[in-house]
Design a protein around this ligand. Structure first.
Ligand code: SF4
Length: 356
C-alpha cells in the first residue's frame, strides 16, 4: 500500500472519529497516563460499557499511581471485583509498586520500559503512550488485528508469528503524523462498533474503500480462525461376528473410555486377521467399507471385518478370549430385531444396519 493511500486510511478514520467516535469516555477527561493505563488494563478482556461501571469507582479510591502502590493487594482486588480476570488487577498493583521503586513514581514514557511492566505488552504500552502523550506508536489488540486482517485480506490466523508480524508492519505503516491519541481511539472504536466479529457494518465504514475482505465477500471468513489441533489417529479393526441366524456378537464397553456403557463390536488392533489372533477354522473374513469417527481427543479409523460363523456361538466367544488380558467384558448375541432397543454408538448402529 502506498504512503498516500495509507494517509487516506488515517484521514478517513479521523474524519469519521470526529463525527461518530467516543469522546466522552471518563479516562479521556483528563487523559493522564495513569488513567489511560488503568482503562487499558480494564479493557483488555472487557467491553467499554462494563468498564465504565468500574473505572470511576476505582480511580476515586486510587486517584494516582502512588495511591495504588500504597494500597494492599486485597483492597485493589476488592475494587476489581466484578471485572473478572483478577490477574489483571494483581499485575496493575505490582506494576504500580515497581514504578514507585524503579521509575520515580511515574509510568515510564518509553515503549520498551513500559511494555516490560507486569500486565503491559507491546500493544497496551503503545496505546498508553499514544493516548496519554500523543506518541507515534502502533497498537495491535484483538480488534485492530481483525480490522487490519480484513483490510488486507490476510488469510492467515493472526496468532501465527509471521501473520502477526505482517499486521504489526501494516499497523505501523498506517500511522498518521499527527493526532495519534485520536487515531488510536478511532481504530479501537472502529473495531468495537463497526468492524465487529460477526456482522460488520461495512456500508457505514469510513475505510470501506480499499477493504479487501469487503470487496471479495470475505468478511465472515476473516480473520482466519485458530487452526484446529491435529487429532491423533487410532486405527482399529471392528469384528462383526455373525452367526447363521444373523445375530452379531456385541460387547459392553466398560471402564472410562469412549462409548462407556454402550454395546459395541469387539475391537482389535488394526492388523487383526482373526478374532483371537489365529485364523478361525474354515472361515474367511469379508472386509467392509472402512469409516472414520472423530472423538474430541482422537480420530478412530475403523476397518470392519465381517466374519460369518458356522460354529456354535460359544466357539466364537472362545476365539475372542486370548486377546483379552483380564476378564472378558459382558457379551451378548443380538439380531436386527434387537438392535433398536440396545444402546449402540451411532456409527456402530449405522454399520450394523448396512450389513450385506
Ligand atoms: S469495510 Fe467492513 S470489513 Fe472492511 S474494515 Fe470496514 S467494517 Fe471492517
Amino acid at each position: 500500500m502506498g504512503a498516500r493511500r495509507m494517509n487516506h486510511f488515517a484521514d478517513r478514520l479521523l474524519a469519521w472519529f470526529d463525527r461518530h467516535g467516543r469522546h466522552d469516555l471518563p479516562w479521556q477527561h483528563p487523559r493522564t497516563p495513569y488513567r489511560v493505563w488503568v482503562s487499558e488494563i480494564m479493557l483488555q478482556q472487557t467491553q467499554v460499557k462494563t468498564v465504565l461501571r468500574y473505572f470511576e469507582r476505582f480511580v476515586a479510591r486510587f486517584p494516582d499511581l502512588p495511591a495504588l502502590a500504597a494500597a494492599s493487594e486485597d483492597e485493589v482486588l476488592a475494587h476489581w471485583s466484578g471485572l473478572g480476570y483478577y490477574s489483571r488487577g494483581r499485575h496493575l498493583h505490582r506494576a504500580a509498586r515497581r514504578c514507585m521503586e524503579q521509575h520515580g513514581g511515574e509510568l515510564p514514557a518509553s515503549l520498551e520500559t513500559l511494555a516490560a511492566l507486569p500486565g503491559i505488552g507491546r500493544s497496551t504500552a503503545a496505546a498508553i503512550l499514544a493516548q496519554a502523550h500523543g506518541m507515534r506508536h502502533a497498537i495491535l489488540d484483538g480488534n485492530v488485528k481483525r480490522v487490519l486482517a480484513r483490510q488486507l485480506g490476510e488469510p492467515g490466523w493472526p496468532g501465527l508469528p509471521a501473520v502477526e508480524a505482517r499486521l504489526w508492519a501494516e499497523a505501523e505503516a498506517r500511522l498518521p503524523e499527527t493526532r495519534l491519541a485520536d487515531y488510536t481511539q478511532a481504530l479501537m472504536d472502529l473495531g468495537a462498533t463497526l468492524c465487529t466479529r460477526s456482522r460488520p457494518r461495512c456500508p457505514d465504514c469510513p475505510v470501506r474503500e480499499g477493504c479487501v475482505a469487503d470487496a471479495q465477500g470475505l468478511t465472515t471468513q476473516l480473520p482466519a480462525r485458530r487452526p484446529a489441533k491435529a487429532l491423533p489417529t487410532r486405527r482399529a479393526t471392528l469384528l462383526v461376528l455373525r452367526d447363521a441366524e444373523g445375530r452379531v456378537l456385541l460387547e459392553r464397553r466398560e471402564g472410562k473410555g469412549v462409548w462407556q456403557g454402550l454395546w459395541s463390536l469387539p475391537e482389535r488392533p488394526e492388523d487383526t486377521t482373526a478374532p483371537g489372533g489365529a485364523p478361525a477354522p474354515g472361515q474367511t473374513a469379508q472386509p467392509l467399507p472402512a469409516f472414520v469417527h472423530t472423538f474430541s481427543h482422537y480420530r478412530l479409523e475403523a476397518r470392519p471385518l465381517l466374519w460369518p460363523l458356522s460354529e456354535p456361538a460359544a466357539v466364537a466367544e472362545a476365539l475372542l478370549a486370548p486377546a483379552d488380558a483380564g476378564p472378558p467384558p459382558p457379551r451378548r448375541w443380538a439380531g436386527p430385531a434387537d438392535w433398536p432397543a440396545i444402546g449402540l454408538p451411532a456409527p456402530i448402529r449405522t454399520l450394523l444396519e448396512s450389513l450385506p
